[in-house]
Design a protein around this ligand. Structure first.
Ligand SMILES: [Zn+2]
Length: 610
């Protein structure tokens, strides 16, 4: 029978409250503290300067570049491609909350299949680690690579025994065959229907998401058996082209150094980590994808490419440069001696040699120029190589960067830039911001922003202001949602507020919550100044509110004027027209005197404030 999560508003709120939004989003992009928010490069569109904001206190994110916005659930839905209930379940799992489940028909069950798959992967990891402790060849294999048994666990190593059903037997008490197949741990022979272990007689390596949850396994043969590497099958969550091996352990070091080292294989990543260079990640054997390049530049400004020193390794590095240049600008290249990979280089030259090589690694262009054959030798060879390098440089998405690279390369080779630019059509600008919604007046924006950001101190004021003074429909919608917001809740959260407004108003809401109110001294700290600043800002609103009110009345007055004019040309009996005109002009003069009163009031406010 099909089971489903029972997600009530309370459950949703609990999960959102238990979620560390900065840590969650920090897995996809590096965030830096800015006032009471966090800023970073947007994980949803390519950009070079950060316009992506995260507001942990209010529980939402917003991008000024592409307009991406939402709460933790939206974020997980979009980055993990999960449906709403699965996204809530994902967050619940991270927070250690068990979600209530129900089967169609009403019986409660405890867990969903998706959760069971994740649990099965974690159980398999424990099983493989356990096998390693008593697997002599496995331990010898790791020792030979300098990995001590006590660090093997942290690095995610294990052993799949040489048997068709070792894991199957080990886990079948706890998990159904269906879940184990779904997790990619067992596989089914389509002809015989036999179900057996996917990984056999191999060293296993846990592949985790940036937050450390196990998504699948890589498995290496102990000898030369083919295939040398075998992975978990591809699923929407376990997609090698979108993952970087080691990122969960490397994140902190990447943030500290501002650089990420890109390597090809698991053992290279581990070699760097063992040399104390913990900011390395691996693209896992396949050639680098745009998704991975984007992920790299969201973690750090500079990428150091450290591929194998042989010909294929160099060729792969040059392919990676082109892909990386579509997403970022700063690249360095660690060139290892021919025949060495980072792992073997560390083994034969030691830690300090690897660290020195990393420190001395030149910018990628310098490294490319060094490969040019001597012009005195074969001119045809040199010309071919010049063209190859120009092709790489032209991959830069940023036109200014592309120009600068071509210029620098031209100076180095003496080949005029116009021969190097190749007449390639400029790429579409990825940073093009999305269309702005219809213009909203600055006064309305400031008023709403202060009311939102000074919550709950602004609540009494919100009660007194009529919604009609906002003329922009989205502004009015946000304000109405604020008016209806539960005054008993101590903090405003985006999720609750956002669920009461339409899409356009939700975008405005996100933008205003991100924008600090003017004269922002609130982030300087708590204490007496904090309340002083807050009081000042709310008082500073009076004049703006009066202005909005006045504008609203003036608009109404203009409408009345039109109505009178329409009545006069309507062809109605003259007495009727006189009555209507009389009524309308009375209303109009009432408005006029109220406007005058507002004018006087606003002068007093200004004087008092001066
Ligand atoms: Zn964006």
């Amino acid at each position: 029978m099909e089971a489903f999560y029972e997600i009530t508003d309370d459950v949703k709120r609990d999960v959102l409250h238990a979620t560390d939004l900065v840590a969650l989003i920090g897995g996809a992009t590096t965030l830096k503290k800015a006032g009471n928010a966090w800023k970073g490069l947007c994980p949803f569109h390519g950009e070079k300067s950060p316009s992506f904001h995260v507001h942990p206190a209010k529980g939402f994110y917003y991008c000024f570049g592409c307009g991406a916005k939402g709460d933790a659930i939206t974020f997980v839905r979009e980055t993990e491609r999960l449906e709403f209930p699965e996204a809530v379940a994902y967050l619940a799992r991270l927070a250690g909350i068990t979600l209530p489940m129900r089967q169609r028909g009403g019986t409660r069950v405890d867990r969903s299949k998706e959760t069971r798959v994740t649990e099965a992967l974690a159980a398999a990891a424990r099983f493989f680690r356990e096998q390693l402790t008593r697997h002599e060849p496995g331990r010898a294999f790791l020792t030979k690579r300098g990995v001590a048994l006590d660090e093997a666990g942290t690095l995610g190593f294990g052993v799949a025994p040489d048997a068709w059903d070792a894991l199957k037997a080990g886990l079948s008490d706890t998990f159904t065959e269906e879940v184990l197949v779904e997790a990619g741990l067992l596989q089914k022979n389509p002809d015989t229907g036999r179900v057996y272990d996917r990984f056999r007689n191999r060293l296993t390596i846990e592949i985790r998401d940036p937050r450390g949850e196990i998504l699948g396994f890589g498995a290496r043969a102990f000898g030369d058996e083919q295939p040398k590497y075998l992975n978990s099958p591809e699923t929407p969550r376990f997609s090698k082209g979108k993952l970087l091996f080691g990122l969960d352990r490397a994140r902190e070091a990447i943030r500290k150094t501002g650089e990420v080292i890109l390597v090809e294989g698991y053992f290279d990543q581990i070699a760097f980590a063992r040399a104390g260079l913990e900011n390395a990640v691996a693209s896992m054997g396949t050639s680098l994808t745009s998704a991975q390049a984007g992920l790299l530049f969201r973690q750090a400004e500079t990428v150091l490419v450290a591929y194998d020193g042989d010909r294929p390794g160099r060729a792969a590095a040059e392919k990676a440069f082109a892909i990386l240049l579509e997403q970022g600008a700063r690249l360095r290249h660690l060139v290892l001696p021919d025949g060495d990979d980072p792992d073997s280089f560390l083994a034969s030259n030691g830690v300090s040699a690897l660290r020195e090589a990393v420190a001395a690694a030149p910018p990628f262009l310098t490294s490319l120029i060094a490969t040019l054959p001597d012009s005195a030798a074969d001119p045809a060879d040199r010309a071919a190589r010049v063209k190859e390098i120009a092709d790489i440089l032209r991959a830069a998405a940023d036109p200014v960067l592309r120009h600068e690279l071509i210029q620098a390369f031209s100076r180095a080779t003496g080949v005029p830039p116009r021969l190097l630019s190749g007449g390639a059509a400029p790429r579409a600008n990825l940073d093009e911001p999305s269309k702005e919604p219809a213009r909203i007046s600055e006064t309305e924006e400031v008023v709403l922003s202060v009311l939102l950001n000074e919550w709950p101190a602004s609540a009494p004021l919100v009660d007194r202001i009529p919604a009609e003074i906002f003329s922009h429909p989205a502004a009015r919608e946000v304000f109405t949602a604020l008016k209806e917001y539960d005054k008993g809740l101590p903090t405003l959260d985006f999720s609750t507020l956002g669920s009461h407004v339409g899409v356009g108003a939700e975008a405005l809401l996100a933008r205003l919550l991100v924008l600090s109110p003017p004269d922002d001294d609130i982030s300087t700290g708590a204490g007496p100044d904090f309340h002083q600043g807050q009081k000042g800002r709310l008082e500073g609103l009076r004049n703006k509110l009066l202005r909005l009110k006045k504008r609203h009345l003036e608009e109404k007055s203009r409408e009345l004027q039109h109505e009178m004019e329409r009545a006069q040309v309507s062809g109605a009996p003259i007495t009727e027209i006189m009555v209507i005109t009389e009524q309308l002009s009375r209303q109009k003069s009432a408005l006029a005197s109220e406007i005058q009163r507002l004018n006087r009031e606003s002068k007093t406010v200004t004087k008092v404030r001066e």
